[in-house]
Design a protein around this ligand. Structure first.
Ligand code: PDD
Length: 287
């Protein structure tokens, strides 16, 4: 069975899913998105992603396209129609279609909504997590509202390409003061020399990762020491462990930064444990 996408109220074959050329998301990146990990065909970490979706929309004065209850039903129907159990669910909401001008349209327009569902190979993901990934650093060059999950991802896309060309899987942005902000599509963490978990605080210009937030709850519950404080690439290289978090990667150990080995050069016990705990909890609380 082929993939099915949702476009503005209709489920259509993926290959025929199209939007208008004057969709403001297409022309101006005037759109936001969310990504849920799917476990057993259910939405992982649902609350956090819904809350952030509503916040992103409200920051851009885009109305919620439908009630949260209705949206949940449509999202779940998209998953069901694709018969995906382990995967990712992508939702994008743009301001809508209007003749191209920079300012928002005067008259209210209908937000454009699309959804796609993709399958992930959890066995391959686990094999990757058991090996760990490499990251490279890149100068922070995004706008100052990285807290809004917009589709304006060209800097992220370019940083990711740089990582790919260097044989790495993620790029970590470094700000003018020399501190890591976050990854191109994930939040960045280390276990520092004293064994404390460190990740940047969300007053900085970063995305408030849902996986990050849930993991902080798990860390508190486990009584592990944590410090929401930035770190430098040198500190990451000298750290016991490093890892990233995100809906696409869950908790994924990092074993090298800019070609230099982190810790023992293999995934450490803390990241490995946190990955297991996160997945267990996300599976148990998926809806
Ligand atoms: N990326 N930082 C950035 C810049 C991100 O794009 C993401 C998520 C995260 C982690 O957020 P969360 O834990 O809520 O997934 C942090 C998604 C998965 C993506 O762009 O595909």
């Amino acid at each position: 069975m082929g993939r099915i996408a949702y476009v503005n109220g209709q489920f259509v074959p993926h290959g025929q899913a199209v939007v208008h050329i004057e969709d403001r998301g297409y022309q101006l990146a005037d759109a936001i998105y969310e990504v849920w990990a799917l476990f057993d065909g259910k939405l992982g970490d649902p609350e956090g992603h819904f809350v952030r979706l509503q916040r992103s929309l409200s920051e851009l004065s885009i109305p919620m396209p439908m009630s949260r209850a209705a949206l949940t039903l449509v999202l779940k129907e998209a998953v069901r129609r694709n018969r995906v159990t382990e995967g990712l669910l992508y939702l994008q909401v743009s301001r809508g279609v209007a003749p191209r001008q920079h300012a928002f349209p005067d008259a209210p327009i209908r937000p454009a909504v699309i959804m796609t569902v993709s399958r992930v190979n959890r066995a391959a993901d686990e094999a990757r997590a058991a090996k760990g990934i490499k990251v490279v650093t890149a100068p922070e060059n995004r706008w100052s509202r990285a807290d809004i999950k917009t589709v304006g991802l060209l800097p992220n896309s370019m940083a990711k390409q740089k990582a790919k060309e260097a044989g790495a899987m993620e790029a970590w942005y470094v700000d003018d003061l020399g501190f890591v902000t976050e990854g191109a599509s994930s939040n960045a963490w280390i276990v520092d020399g004293e064994g404390r978990l460190r990740t940047r605080d969300t007053n900085a210009n970063i995305l408030r990762g849902v996986t990050r937030h849930t993991l902080l709850d798990i860390i508190a519950r486990e009584g592990m020491p944590v410090d929401e404080r930035p770190f430098t690439p040198a500190e990451a290289i000298g750290a016991q462990e490093a890892f990233i978090t995100g809906a696409g990667t869950l908790v994924l150990p990092v074993v090298a930064v800019d070609g230099k080995t982190v810790g023992a050069g293999s995934p450490g016990p803390v990241a490995t444990k946190l990955r297991r705990l996160y997945i267990e909890q996300a599976r148990a609380t998926a809806i």
